[in-house]
Design a protein around this ligand. Sequence first.
Ligand code: FMN
Length: 243
Amino acid sequence: MKYVIINGSPRKKNTWKMVEQAKSNLDGDFEEIHLMAEQIHLCRGCFNCIMESEENCPHHDKVKSIVDKIYDADGIIIASPVYAMNVPALLKNFFDHTAYLYHRPEFFTKKALIIVSTAGAGHNDVAKYIDETLRHWGVNKCYKITYRCGGKDSIDEDNINKISQKFRKDVESGKFHSPKFSDIIFYNVWRAMALTEDPIEPDKKFWFDTGLVNHDFAPEVKLNPVKKAFAKLMFFVLKRVMK
Ligand SMILES: Cc1cc2nc3c(=O)[nH]c(=O)nc-3n(C[C@H](O)[C@H](O)[C@H](O)COP(=O)(O)O)c2cc1C
């Protein structure tokens, strides 16, 4: 299996120690990305990635090399400390550069492990925010490991082992989890937007070129009859509301 690790901390310390422990439970090749070393300029808010193409982002080369590594990986590991009750600017800046993936989600067959460390607070909210971001990319399932370091120089090895082993089993299984209702809604929002009279052209191209426009949800991920009916209803309603 191939894993890509994205380190959102400017250093390799508390969160990284947790990553190393998680890695000891995984078998495969690891590609490490330290966002601090990548030196991606701040997102300029030019909208190019969304309105023209991600290739028109002024920082495309750097962003593409990371996104390509995510494409190549079976499992994604995102490591983040809590900074001012949120993710560090380094990680947020990377997420801002992937905003186009909300419109054009691609990672339906990927699973992720989110690792968050904090001194005292914010760890659950930060893990939840990363989970939400990844689900907007299409990611099938996110596992979460959080830890309050406080003044301690230790990690909760048992919890890290337990969750990272679950993550490993899931990645190796090649099976996919049923999406949440909210995932089905967002998928069908973007799918319906591609069919409006005045669509965002790269979105339209993506939904038609991939054929996803013809599917209730990404075809690799099966929907039970209730979720299938829900997806169809959502698409029907959204197409009429958006026009
Ligand atoms: C700029 C900065 C902001 C921080 N903000 C918070 C915070 O809001 N809440 C908190 O509990 N810890 C906060 N911390 C502590 C870190 O989350 C904690 O020490 C974390 O384990 C550092 O991870 P690292 O060693 O991987 O960088 C902050 C640390 C820094 C440097």
